[in-house]
Design a protein around this ligand. Sequence first.
Ligand code: ZN
Ligand code: ZN
Length: 285
Amino acid sequence: MAKGADNILRKLEEWRQKEEVNPELIEFYRKLLHIQSRAERRIGIPEPGLTSEASSERIEQGLPLIGFDDLALDWLLLQEIFAEVTGAFATYSELFGEFPESLKKPEPCPSLPEETAKAWFEGGRLPSLEGVDALGEHLLEAIIHATLKPFLVSYSEALLGLVKQERWRRGYCPICGGNPDFAFLDNERGARWLLCSRCDAEWLFQRLECPYCGNQDQNALAYFTDDEGLYRLYVCEKCKRYLKAIDLRQAKSEVLLPLERLITFGLDAQAREYGYSPADRACTR
Ligand SMILES: [Zn+2]
Ligand SMILES: [Zn+2]
């Protein structure tokens, strides 16, 4: 994945050169990706710690392969990354509207308590950070997400091979239980795969079902496409959520999915304009 992150940085640079995008936003992404890519190299690939029997059993029961307590997190490293990520958000704070003054000072960076990380992972309410006033929950979520991501990606790399795709097909990630925030239609048969917002795991899912609420009513599901038929915006009338997707059969050049989720923010704006919302950070099932 470290290699993947390098590729993403290269693509991001190409994008910056040819598109009219807020350069601050691209600089912010670059900074974040640098931090995460370096973190991935330091984390390495963890031992799976699960036999293939145990993982098959979890998959059959609809249980993701890792829970928060299964993560062997290096907390010293994690706090270091948390400080770097917080610094990146503070540097580009004008991108995020309201930003607490106390987080803009370089020292001392608050630490991320284990219970807060756990609450984020499990989709619970986030306690506020000690010594930091007025940090909106969405912003805190985004900072924790960016901090934990390299750790979760390393687990996803170690464990995804244990997932029998045809036995899962659920709306949440088989590795970490997170929600998908991107999808792709594969080259072979146009089958739809989902991409985890938290660990980048990919898994196979029905084309005609909303992964967020399980709606299968064809009259309440739709999608929009762009002129080239490359991108799709899946929407659900039942839960009013949307999912962005790329059709790899139409792609003319190399596609890096974790990058696609960033550079398609035009689709996010469109979806919001139509009255749809992105998924919550974790499953509420
Ligand atoms: Zn995941
Ligand atoms: Zn839905």
